[in-house]
Design a protein around this ligand. Structure first.
Ligand SMILES: [Mg+2]
Ligand SMILES: [Zn+2]
Length: 245
């Protein structure tokens, strides 16, 4: 790191990155394991966000309430070291850090959990799928990209509903590319596209043993990654790296 870093951007994937679980799967594991099984069965044939939306309707039909779902989200694993790590980094003035959340979960799951952890003001922006409670307590979930309209143009292999690389570029455009460094924290194969776009002064904090690690190791030989790669398994290691930034 030669040039002085004054402003940096930390981009967080949510499930298995900021949080220590996958919110879409967790609520069914807690509230209706038979729907969790159905999710596994249908995963290959139904688009993921559509599948979660369908299973939320089935969960509602089985009598699960908004309070049940919020309760399940609040007890989802979330490491105290992650709460500490992001809180301490945000409170430091040198460098100044902006946080951006980029997730294929949904806005209700994410904000419910953030609020419970006292992190409701952490993110400058959250880009994810739209969701809202209706009067009957059904959580209505919609894909970020309307399936009947134009789709994203990515060729890297992003899922139909979201190209995190394009979303990161759009965020950087909205902020005039004002960051001396970007640090991307992710775990999944859909975090690979934005990581490919990082520069030599940027850094990816890649969680071990998941899709992103496989994608990165598969590309190493081709030298396509410009950014520095740091690996972590537990949130305490992210806290440790944040403390060194
Ligand atoms: Mg993830
Ligand atoms: Zn992409």
């Amino acid at each position: 790191m030669s040039a002085k870093i004054e402003r940096q951007l930390v981009v967080f994937d949510f499930d298995w990155s900021l949080a220590d679980q996958d919110s879409d799967r967790w609520i069914f594991e807690v509230l209706a394991p038979e729907l969790r099984r159905k999710m596994k069965t249908l995963k290959a044939e139904v688009q993921w966000t559509d599948l979660v939306a369908q299973l939320l309707r089935e969960l509602h039909a089985k009598g699960a309430t908004r309070e049940d779902i919020e309760g399940a989200l609040r007890k989802m694993p979330f490491h105290p070291a992650m709460v500490r790590g992001v809180t301490n980094l945000k409170s430091r003035s040198e460098p100044q850090t902006t946080f951006f959340c980029l997730s294929n979960a949904n806005i209700v799951f994410i904000t419910t959990i953030l609020k419970d952890k006292g992190l409701e003001n952490l993110f400058e922006e959250i880009v994810t799928n739209a969701a809202e409670w209706d009067a009957s307590g059904l959580l209505k979930l919609r894909r970020r990209i309307d399936p009947s309209g134009p789709q994203h143009q990515c060729k890297v292999g992003c899922s139909p509903n979201m190209c995190k690389g394009e979303e990161l570029e759009a965020f950087l455009d909205r902020h005039q590319h004002a960051f001396d460094r970007v640090i991307y924290v992710g775990d999944g194969s859909n975090d690979f596209c934005p990581v490919l776009r990082l520069r030599s002064q940027d850094m990816v904090l890649c969680r071990r043993h998941r899709g992103l690690e496989k994608s990165i190791s598969g590309f190493k030989d081709e030298g396509r990654l410009k950014c520095e790669v740091r690996y972590w398994a537990g949130a305490w290691e992210v806290e440790e790296i944040f403390g060194q930034l």
